[in-house]
Ligand binder design. Structure first.
Ligand code: GAL
Length: 927
């Protein structure tokens, strides 16, 4: 137990008194609190939020926020509208995080091209503000701890309030935020957290989403603790022994000198302690001070972190006070690995040359927009790894912490990127944040300080700003190089950047750059894929359906790009633009195109043909893929080029059993045959060392007769978070996927699961991604609320109203608030039973002219009178339930994302419609 020094106790009691508890109770709680103060606790705060849209330019429509004579910036604790804890949100929609309200919106041709035409952002002030509220309790025993709220990312410009106190605002939608809320909390009572996210200004030129789209946590610590991002672990290996250097920052934000001991222990992946260091001397830290110290540990025969064996250790840092109590325990996950970039030989991981086979990716996915559950992020990394990709550039913003953990766990190399170049607090704060947050992740191999900053990249400003940012980055992390991705403007940033990031080889002479700057690392930060709409081989510009193109909008194609980097040993590798299609930036098309088409996979993760080219040369697995499909009833007798992507040495093609010739594959290339179209069976046989080793058949299919559902994971955890990605296929009578089918399916779900989004990869589909309930509310009558200082007199509220015209499926509720003592409510002359919430269906309402009266005696307490002045005595909410999920297939496929709803059991998903029903079962199992 910690010492309860008199001054500490008095200070704590003073704080308890401040929270209006009696001195005795204060003493008791403070004593309990002190006895409980100890190791940190971090609680996921994703569940049970309420959500509603506000307004970006109309304060009334923003529910009265920032309207008060004294609002939240005038007086502390004066958060108004939904920032006020008193605000009545009972009718708001319930949501769990992560949540993206932009993806729930309709499309509109006047909306932002770059954000995929969803009705959010410029031109849609009524859809730009998202309010989130959450009620939570913090126990009395936590009094005395420091309590923080942490947001991994909110899009964007989020203002955060706790119990009406404004705690801070973060302009960027990608930066993790932490706020100390200790002094604003009611211990042992209800607290209200309100967040106002403002998506009216865009940061990027691609879909970014809107809302609290990453995790939220409540963190409790002692006032003596390891600082935020307070460890930096550097590893090196020599003679079979790992040398682990740890820099630790400890902070004391208590009121007294702290004396403590520091210990570090390293645990292996099974939780066994494999190394330990205990600092012998007692450390002293004055109140309000920080301390930074270096320690060393050694690991014999360490297991290295590598692409196929991403082994992770945990460094456990303990702070132990003078009585022997552990006051903080801080875990740092790290890997033992060595990275080296050689300007002549490329990238080395653990001493082995590794070519970076990478892709760029934004953060959205079909159905869910930017709000990806962790297991969906994992699904995407799995898809990229299956292709043989080993690297991921987070474009063009900070990765989510969850993504970095996944890349650590799955063995994916990462370039993490800051949003905007510049040398001021705005830019440096973000860069510092990026690096300190990420520098223990073994997956991160490089920092990117910017992307295609056209105003500066080709001139002296670029050279200067890059140098300054790079110096700053190096001070925070000397172990990784920095890059900047440069497109057209070579000659500025490219002269000073440590690692030249080439955005598209057509923009400059890479070999010349290498000759002129022989000490510079060079990599392809972006390169053109073979752009295509999945499954499309004939252009339909109106629908933005694009066949594979040899000269993509940034010049070139996957073959050209890969060959270029594969042939140049001095380059570290290449990152294609992009791994997955994303919303927005549908270049070269416009409305109704809402998705980009640069992806190697579409936005559901269904592979396009180019995927098989890269898989052939990136992965070690045998691969043979032929395309296009073989359903061309209108092209009888026409010549169609059939292509093969394969890593077999030779490939022979057969049409209806007749050989069209065996061809030899050249490394990093593809094969093609001119074939006169005749329906039937197209078969490719792949040979290695003269022996047939692989076979691929595609058939002309019949018409669609059935749906098929296939869950990528047939078992998920029953934790309310985990997902299984389900593919719907449209089959003909023979069981082949009909490659042109676009049949609609409705999805029905039973058991402990829910659908959180649907998609199909069609770039011009304007179908809904999510089906969500909606709420409308209207006030009943005007209320001339008495001011707290008004002369006390009996209160009466009167309203005459028509019953809402409820459509089939809709329901309504009457909400009342208590405006005074001895409250009596009458509806149409009859007294209502006690209560503040009634289903309209249970009330005797007339279609028109209902009379509601509330009579009460005024409260006497000032606080209660203030509260009454802010509340509506009565209002009605009309609820429209979510429509059932449905989606058309696109070229034979669609995707349904199924999430556990928390309980264990069997989830049954059905696809129903014009075709034969399909069913898939997913087991939700205990964690
Ligand atoms: C690059 C840019 C990417 C994306 C791409 C589209 O210039 O860095 O963010 O816009 O072009 O071709």
């Amino acid at each position: 137990m910690r010492d309860l020094t008199p001054s500490r106790a008095v200070a704590l009691v003073a704080r308890c008194e401040g929270m209006a508890l009696s001195v005795f109770v204060g003493w008791l709680f403070c004593f309990l609190a002190v006895s409980q103060v100890g190791a940190r606790e971090r609680v996921l705060f994703n569940d049970d939020w309420r959500f509603a849209l506000g307004h970006a330019s109309d304060r009334d429509a923003d529910m009265g926020h920032a309207k008060g004579y004294f609002s939240y910036l005038a007086k502390t604790g004066y958060g108004d509208g939904p920032a006020d804890p008193v605000f009545d949100d009972r009718h708001w929609r319930k949501v769990d995080l992560p949540h993206d309200w932009a993806v729930e919106m309709d499309f509109d041709p006047t909306a932002s091209f770059s954000h995929g035409f969803k009705k959010v952002g410029p031109g849609f002030p009524e859809n730009c503000i998202g309010w989130y509220r959450k009620r939570f309790t913090v126990s009395e025993v936590d009094f005395g701890k420091r309590i923080f709220i942490e947001f991994d990312g909110i899009y964007r410009n989020a203002a955060v309030f706790v119990n009406g106190f404004f705690v801070g605002q973060e302009p960027s939608g990608f930066v993790s935020q932490r706020y100390d809320i200790t002094e604003y909390l009611k211990y042992g009572d209800e607290n209200v957290l309100s967040v106002r996210a403002d998506a009216s200004t865009e940061e990027g030129w691609y879909y970014e989403g809107a809302g609290i789209y990453r995790h939220v946590y409540l963190l409790k610590t002692d006032s003596l603790r390891v600082a935020r991002y307070g460890t930096f672990v550097k590893t090196s290996v020599e003679g079979g022994r790992a040398h682990i250097k740890v820099e630790t920052t400890v902070e004391n934000d208590g009121r007294e000198l702290a004396e403590f001991k520091l210990q570090h222990a390293i645990l292996d992946a099974n939780g066994r302690e494999v190394a330990k260091v205990a600092v012998a001397e007692s450390l002293k830290l004055e109140a309000g001070e920080n301390l930074v110290r270096d320690d060393e540990l050694f690991l014999s025969r360490p297991k290295l972190w590598d692409l196929d064996t991403p082994y992770l250790y945990t460094l456990k840092t303990r702070l132990v006070d003078s009585t022997g109590v552990t006051v903080d325990e801080y875990d740092t996950t790290f890997g033992v690995r060595e990275i080296r970039f050689d300007p002549n030989k490329g990238f080395f991981l653990n001493g082995r040359s590794v070519k970076l086979k990478g892709s760029n990716n934004h953060h959205d996915h079909a159905g869910v927009g930017a709000a990806l559950p962790d297991s969906l992020k994992e699904f995407r990394i799995r898809k990229l790894k299956e292709m043989g990709s080993n690297a991921y550039r987070v474009s063009h913003h900070h990765a989510s912490p969850a993504l970095l953990e996944i890349c650590d766990r799955m063995g994916m190399l990462v370039i993490d990127e800051t949003r905007l170049m510049g040398i001021n607090e705005y830019h440096f704060d973000q860069l510092e944040h990026l690096i300190k947050r990420g520098r223990n992740h073994p997956s991160i191999i490089m920092w990117s300080i910017g992307n295609e900053e056209w105003a500066i990249e080709g001139n002296i400003f670029g050279a200067r700003i890059t140098t300054r940012m790079q110096d700053f980055a190096k001070r925070l992390d000397p172990t990784r190089p920095t890059t900047a991705a440069i497109s057209g403007g070579w000659g500025g940033t490219s002269t000073t950047v440590e690692a030249m990031g080439v955005n598209y080889i057509r923009h400059g002479d890479v070999d010349r750059q290498h000759a002129e700057f022989p000490d510079q690392i060079i990599l392809g930060t972006e390169e053109t894929t073979t752009q295509q709409t999945r499954g499309i081989y004939v252009e339909n510009a109106k629908l933005a359906h694009q066949p594979p193109i040899e000269d993509g909008s940034s010049g070139g194609n996957a073959e050209l790009g890969w060959r270029f980097y594969a042939e140049r040993d001095y380059t570290a590798g290449v990152f294609f633009w992009t791994g997955f299609d994303y919303r927005g930036e549908p270049t070269p098309y416009e409305w109704p195109a809402v998705l980009s088409q640069f992806g190697i996979l579409d936005n559901c993760g269904f592979p396009k043909d180019g995927y098989f080219y890269l898989k052939s040369w990136w992965s070690d697995e045998p691969e043979l893929h032929i395309f296009p499909h073989w359903n061309w009833p209108d092209r009888m007798g026409e010549t169609i080029e059939v292509r093969a992507h394969s890593n077999c040495e030779e490939v022979e093609l057969f049409l209806n059993g007749e050989s069209l010739g065996r061809k030899t594959m050249v490394k990093n290339d593809r094969l093609a045959w001119d074939v006169v179209y005749d329906p039937g069976e197209l078969k490719a046989v792949g040979f290695r060392k003269g022996k047939a080793t692989l076979e691929k058949v595609i058939r002309t299919t019949g018409t669609a007769v059935a749906y098929e559902l296939d869950a990528e994971r047939s078992e998920i955890f029953a934790n309310g978070e985990d997902v299984s990605v389900v593919t719907m296929r449209i089959l003909d009578a023979a069981g082949d996927v009909v490659p042109t089918a676009d049949d609609l399916a409705r999805f029905e779900i039973e058991g402990p699961g829910r659908i959180i989004g649907v998609g199909n990869g069609n770039p011009s589909s304007l179908e809904a991604d999510r089906f969500v309930p909606s709420v409308e509310s209207f006030d009943l009558g005007e209320w001339d609320a008495p001011a707290p200082w008004d002369e006390p007199k009996p209160l009466r509220f009167e309203a005459v109203f028509d019953a809402p015209n409820l459509k089939v499926g809709q329901s309504g509720r009457l909400y009342l608030n208590v405006i005074g003592r001895d409250q009596v409510v009458h509806l149409n002359g009859e007294a209502l039973p006690e209560g503040t919430e009634f289903a309209l269906a249970n009330l005797s309402l007339k279609p028109e002219g209902n009379m509601l009266t509330i009579d009460a005696q005024p409260f006497e307490e000032w606080g209660a009178k203030e509260r009454v002045a802010k509340l509506k005595p009565a209002f009605v909410g009309v609820f429209t339930p979510a429509e059932g999920y449905r989606r058309k297939a696109f070229n034979g496929l669609a995707q349904v994302i199924v999430q556990s709803s928390g309980e264990a059991g069997e989830i049954v998903l059905r696809a129903v419609g014009e075709l034969e029903t399909a069913t898939v079962r997913i087991k939700a199992k205990e964690h």
